[in-house]
Write a protein that binds this ligand. Structure first.
Ligand SMILES: Cc1cc2nc3c(=O)[nH]c(=O)nc-3n(C[C@H](O)[C@H](O)[C@H](O)COP(=O)(O)OP(=O)(O)OC[C@H]3O[C@@H](n4cnc5c(N)ncnc54)[C@H](O)[C@@H]3O)c2cc1C
Length: 394
C-alpha cells in the first residue's frame, strides 16, 4: 500500500507555520517543534507581498490577511532624505493585482498558528541533533525527546541548528548595518497617511514607514551604519535618542515619527552566501535556514511562504518512498530564484543607502525597479511545482 510522507518541521516562525498549514492542506501528517516556550514575535512589522498573499488566499487565509493587514496603495513612494519624491514603489503585480499588506509580525504568526489543528505545534523543543537512514529521519531535542518522520524540514532560522547536516560550511555575513524597529499607535500620529509604504533613501542610511494592524499602528524601520558587529537578535534594545540623532536634518516627517518613539529594538543585518545545496536525503531547509537575506527587497518572509507552498505541492503528490526525490525537486525549483533575490537584496540596499556617485542615476534605477517588482510579485510557484510533482511520477 502506498503511504503519504509524514513531516516534522523544526521551527515555528513564519516559514515553519506556513509550511505546516500548506502540507496539512495537501493531506500530510505534520508536527512542528519550536524551541521557545510559546509562539510569538517581537513588536515589529513585515510587508507581505502578492507573491505570498496568493498562497495565503489559497489556504483560506485571505480574510485574516485583510483583517490584520493594512493594504498599501499606489501612493507608496521612494523619497530622497530631504523628502523630495523619487518614484512610486510598485505594490501590484504585473497583472495589476495589488495585494501588498503591512502586517504586525505577531498577528501573522498568531493567525498562521490558529489555522493549524490543535497539538500540531509543540513548544519547548530545541532541536540539537539529527540522524537518518534509508527508512526514517530523526530529530533529537535538548529536553530529551525525539521525533521521527519520513521528512524533516529545518525552518529554524538564520542560525539553523540543522543546516550543518546539509551544508556544514556557511557563515553569516555582516553588512555593517543595524536596523532600529518599532511600532507607534496611530493616535500618536493622527495625520500620518495610512495608505502607503514610504522609503526615504539618504547617505549611508534609509528609513521606512508603513501601516500595520488594519491601519491602527505605524511601523518604522531606520537602517543605519555601524562598526559594531552585534549578535543578530531581536531583544537588543536601542536608545530612541541615538536613533533620532541618526536621522537629524532629514525630512521633518521622519522627525515627527521619531518624536513619538519611546522604545525601539535594534537588529543587526546578516545574510549568507547562497547555499549550493538545501537537501540531504530526508532533510531539507526552508525559509531563513535555507536563504537568509537582507531585508532590502522585503522578501525574507515572502520567500519562506513560497518555499512552503512549493514543498507542499511537490510532497503532497508523493508516496513516502519518493520523499527524498521530492525534496530534491523542491530544492531545484527554489534555489536559483531565491539566490537571485538574496543577491538583489544586497544590491538594492546599496541603492537605498545612496552608495553611488550619481544620485540621478540611482533615482532612475529605483524608478526602473518597478518592473522587477511586477514580475517578482506575479510569480506563482504552484504551476511549476505541479509540473515538478508530475515529473516525479513519470
Ligand atoms: C529589519 C528586517 C526587516 C524585514 N522585513 C521583511 C519584510 O518586510 N518582508 C519579508 O518578507 N521579510 C522581511 N524580513 C525577513 C523576515 O523577517 C524573515 O526572512 C522571516 O521571518 C524568516 O522566517 P523563518 O520562519 O524562516 O525564520 P524565523 O522567523 O527566524 O523563525 C525560526 C524559528 O525557529 C525557531 N528555532 C530556532 N532554532 C531552533 C531549534 N534549534 N529548535 C527548534 N526551534 C528553533 C525560532 O525560535 C523561530 O521561532 C525582515 C528582516 C529584517 C531583519
Amino acid at each position: 500500500m502506498p503511504s503519504r510522507p509524514s513531516v516534522v518541521i523544526v521551527g515555528g516562525g513564519i516559514g515553519g507555520l506556513f509550511a505546516a498549514k500548506a502540507l496539512i492542506a495537501h493531506g500530510l501528517r505534520v508536527s512542528v517543534y519550536e524551541q521557545a516556550s510559546a509562539l510569538g514575535e517581537i513588536g515589529a512589522g513585515v510587508l507581505v507581498t502578492p507573491n505570498a498573499v496568493r498562497h495565503l488566499e489559497r489556504l483560506s487565509l485571505g480574510a485574516a490577511v485583510e483583517k490584520f493587514g493594512a493594504r498599501v496603495g499606489a501612493a507608496s513612494c521612494y523619497l530622497r532624505h530631504d523628502g523630495t519624491p523619487i518614484a512610486p514603489v510598485q505594490v501590484s503585480d504585473a497583472h495589476g493585482w495589488n495585494a501588498t499588506f503591512g502586517m504586525h509580525r505577531a498577528d501573522l504568526v498568531a493567525f498562521l498558528a490558529d489555522a493549524l489543528p490543535a497539538a500540531t505545534v509543540r513548544t519547548g523543543h530545541r532541536a540539537i541533533d539529527f540522524e537518518q537512514d534509508d527508512k526514517v529521519a530523526r530529530v533529537r531535542f535538548a529536553n530529551g525527546a525525539t521525533a521521527e518522520a519520513d521528512v524533516v524540514v529545518a525552518a529554524d532560522g538564520i542560525h539553523s541548528e540543522l543546516r550543518p547536516f546539509v551544508h556544514p560550511h556557511s557563515s553569516p555575513v555582516f553588512h555593517g548595518t543595524i536596523s532600529y524597529r518599532g511600532l507607534i499607535p496611530r493616535e500618536r500620529l493622527p495625520n500620518w497617511p495610512m495608505d502607503r509604504w514610504q522609503m526615504w533613501a539618504g547617505p549611508s542610511r534609509h528609513f521606512l514607514v508603513f501601516p500595520v494592524r488594519h491601519g491602527t499602528m505605524v511601523n518604522y524601520v531606520g537602517f543605519v551604519p555601524t562598526d559594531e558587529e552585534m549578535k543578530e537578535s531581536w531583544s537588543a534594545r536601542g536608545d530612541p535618542a541615538v536613533l533620532r540623532r541618526e536621522f537629524a536634518g532629514w525630512d521633518p516627517r521622519i522627525g515627527a515619527v521619531l518624536d513619538q518613539v519611546d522604545e525601539t529594538f535594534r537588529w543587526a543585518l546578516y545574510d549568507r552566501e547562497p547555499l549550493p545545496a538545501w537537501t540531504s536525503g530526508r532533510l531539507t531547509l526552508l525559509g531563513d535556514a535555507a536563504h537568509p537575506m537582507l531585508p532590502h527587497l522585503g522578501q525574507g518572509a515572502n520567500q519562506s511562504i513560497e518555499d512552503g507552498m512549493a514543498l507542499a505541492t511537490i510532497l503532497g503528490g508523493a508516496d513516502a518512498s519518493a520523499a527524498p526525490a521530492s525534496l530534491l525537486a523542491y530544492e531545484r525549483l527554489r534555489r536559483d530564484r531565491v539566490a537571485d533575490i538574496q543577491r538583489g537584496a544586497r544590491q538594492n540596499g546599496l541603492r537605498l543607502d545612496s552608495a553611488c556617485t550619481d544620485l540621478t542615476l540611482r533615482d532612475a534605477e529605483l524608478a526602473a525597479h518597478a518592473e522587477f517588482r511586477k514580475h517578482l510579485y506575479a510569480y506563482d510557484v504552484v504551476p511549476p511545482a505541479r509540473s515538478a510533482a508530475a515529473a516525479l511520477l513519470q
